[in-house]
Design a protein. Sequence first.
Length: 237
Amino acid sequence: MNNLPNKKVSVLIIEDEIHMRRMLYVCLERNGYDVKVAATGDEGINQAIHYMPDVILLDLGLPDMDGMEVLKRLREWSQIPIFVLSVRDREEEKVFALDLGANDYLTKPFGTGELLARLRVIRRYGKSGSPVDVFKSGDLEVDLSSRLVKVCGRAVKLTPTEYSILVVFVQHAGKLLTHSYVAQKVWGSADADRIGALRVYVGYLRGKIEKNHSRPELLVTEVGVGYRLVIQDNPSG
């Protein structure tokens, strides 16, 4: 099976560690990507402005400024998908980066196969994160125009709140969303009560869309951070 992109997707790597930068460059170039590199935050911001890449891979430990500041400055003017790559594995760091606007967070060391899979998600659903009319993942089908949800071809009845939560995930399919982000989108508030309610409703939702709600494969949890709606190949495809 050929996993090369249909057309070259441009990736900007902002990474000061030369061996990691070289590994990422070689991996992405071999898989058909157009790759640019930057070794500092300032250089990375300038390259992003000049080249307008499709995706940015951002390390947090840069020599001239913290990667979080780079992320913040990029989000002031751009919605280019940003993947944070970092040795920082604390939940607080992940939540902060995602709330600042990162699309995903991979902790070093990570497998290149996982990184390539995340990049394929971006290609399938568009760099702006805008949803398609009909979303499909595995046995799940969500028709946003008719508000119809199907599992294995059969209609599933969701409550208004369950549907609102599902729509947030569909609109950001493949992206790790924090508890606070989803709660804010659904209820306009991210206080402790709303986040507690979100966990309850996610449980209800899993009971309706998962094959086994106790071992979810579609709506998965990253402990302490949030949830991700996984994009699976369709059974018939």
